[in-house]
Design a protein around this ligand. Structure first.
Ligand code: SF4
Length: 533
């Protein structure tokens, strides 16, 4: 017999509460048990006035942001619709069945009040929790960036001067994230830095690019030497910070950004830093800033850094190698002049400061180009004219030339890593380390296209996605076992000099070789002097 369900709704029994209605194994119960968000009240407190009407609790705001992330929602309005008819979400927020939920416009205003700094602190606090749970290894870091579409159409492009004039007329210039009630106080840095009196250091720092402090903003006053940036002349009226972007899988151009991730090499793949820059900023540009910031913030001493070909600039490689960090990056065929001999077929002789060509002739340094930071090495015109290999080498009547960038000795060192086991392993690992995180963020958490506009807001959006991904790792890996002492030690500054660390490979602790174990045990009993002590 066919059944028929009658629609009868009785009032809930007096003793039924939301606590009973949400299943024991609900995901949000697990999230509530594992993630204590009470720290966000301390982050937000300076942004509120002492008296007046109570605001939405910052903990509720960030819980809602996590719901937005986990449910893959695209707007605060949609979020509140979901929250209103989901018992588990109500339970997670701490709102009883009869309590009215905050309005979606409240959430937008709260987000604007908090600004990017609070979102960045929130992200950092989540990374801190991951580190506390022993999920951050900090020995090898992986860099990558992905294209993210802006929430703007290419049809909104107009001359930049007209867009900026229009915006200046519409809005009063104010500092990003300024509050509407004057109650804000500037947030202090988590760790106050001592002021330096070293003039060289001050000058060096002043000249240094600081992409994170600028929230990824391009410096328009700095012009390229060899090309003109399209974004200097054109801007979108809808999102002036985005820039034209080509995507591999679709025809035509879009407006977009680059989202950069720094990912730890540990099994949990914790995202240590995230930054969004306009698409016109090349992938390699903020790499060093992200690295130093991550290493300083989390007290890491990475031994190796891996990125794709885009990160293998001479400047990046030289800075990494100078800091004692191995730059595991694939090198481009820079200097290749097909169908002629590539630069790699010319051997550099550091003692004589010259290149030897495939015919065995010397190419000597002719000119230094300080602006391009390179030296031009050239063979004599007569030598090349008389050479049998010239058709394979050059069609230049004045002879073949080879360019050598300042700091290319470090590139030569990186070239020598090729074929070694750690280098090949790092490159193989890179392919499966960061890309899946981007795929996860795009497919499940809306990072394919930003829902907000302008750099500060898209940075906050990307930080929230990265924080959510870290929370997932915290839930998946964080409860399996207590933090091991060795992992805790890896996050602290080592007390022994690097030469000692080099003599005690960590892997030897895991071998079942009695002799190596005895050797390690004898080392651990040594009294070690701290650095500088
Ligand atoms: S053309 Fe000049 S640089 Fe090239 S192989 Fe011959 S001598 Fe060497």
């Amino acid at each position: 017999m066919m059944g028929m369900k009658e629609r009868i709704f009785s009032p809930l029994p007096r003793d039924a509460s939301l606590e009973d209605l949400v299943p024991e194994d609900n995901f949000y119960r697990r999230l509530e048990a594992r993630l204590d968000l009470s720290f966000v009240r301390d982050l937000a407190r300076p942004l509120y006035a002492k008296g007046g009407r109570p605001s939405v609790d910052p903990v509720v705001f960030f819980k809602l942001q996590l719901v937005l992330f986990f449910e893959g929602l695209r707007s605060e309005r949609e979020l509140m619709v979901v929250a209103a008819d989901r018992l588990s979400v109500r339970w997670y927020l701490g709102y009883d069945l009869h309590e009215p939920l905050p309005d979606h416009s409240n959430l937008t205003r709260t987000r604007e009040r908090f600004g990017l700094s609070v979102f960045r602190r929130f992200f950092e606090q989540i990374v801190e929790m991951c580190a506390e749970a022993g999920l951050v290894r900090g020995k090898d870091l992986y860099f990558d960036a992905t294209k993210v579409e802006a929430n703007a159409s290419l049809d909104s492009i107009a001359p930049r001067f007209a867009v900026e004039e229009h915006l200046d007329g519409l809005f009063e210039r104010e500092s990003p994230g300024a509050a509407n009630d004057g109650a804000r106080e500037p947030l202090d840095e988590p760790e106050a830095l001592p002021a330096s009196l070293d003039e060289d250091l001050l000058a060096e720092n002043a000249a240094r690019e600081d992409w994170i402090a600028r929230n990824g903003r391009q410096r328009r006053e700095v012009k390229g030497l060899w090309y003109k940036r399209t974004a200097d002349f054109l801007a979108s009226k809808t999102d002036p910070d985005s820039s034209p972007m080509k995507r591999r899988d679709s025809k035509g151009s879009h407006l977009g950004y680059y989202a950069h991730y720094v990912v730890d090499g540990g099994k949990a793949r914790v995202i240590l830093n995230a930054l969004v820059t306009p698409f016109e900023v090349t992938e390699n540009a903020p790499m060093l800033d992200l690295l130093w910031k991550s290493a300083f913030r989390w007290k890491l001493r990475p031994r190796q850094v891996t990125g794709d070909t885009a990160y293998g600039t001479t400047e990046n490689i030289a800075a990494l190698e100078r800091a004692g960090i191995r730059a595991y990056v694939p090198l481009t065929g820079a200097g290749k002049a097909r169908p002629y001999f590539s630069k790699e077929q010319f051997a550099y002789d550091p003692e004589g400061d010259l290149y030897r060509c495939p015919a065995g002739k010397a190419l000597l340094p002719r000119t230094n180009n300080a602006a391009r930071r390179l030296t031009v090495y050239k063979a004599k015109a007569g030598t090349c004219e008389a050479c049998e290999l010239k058709p394979k080498c050059t069609d230049n009547k004045t002879g073949r030339q080879v360019l050598r960038y300042f700091g290319e000795a470090y590139v030569d060192r990186v070239r020598s890593y090729r074929g070694t086991f750690p280098y090949e392993k790092a490159l193989r690992k890179r392919r499966v380390w960061v890309e899946p995180l981007f795929a996860e963020a795009k497919d499940r958490h809306g990072l394919r296209r930003f829902r907000l506009r302008r750099l500060e807001k898209v940075n906050a959006e990307a930080l929230l996605v990265a924080a959510g991904q870290n929370v997932k790792r915290l839930l998946a890996f964080g409860c399996r076992r207590p933090r091991r002492q060795a992992e805790a030690a890896a996050l602290r500054q080592p007390l022994w000099p690097p030469s000692y660390a080099a003599r005690t490979p960590r892997s030897s602790f895991g071998r079942r070789d009695a002799r190596s174990r005895a050797f390690c045990n004898s080392l651990t009993s040594l009294e070690l002097a701290p650095i500088g002590g």
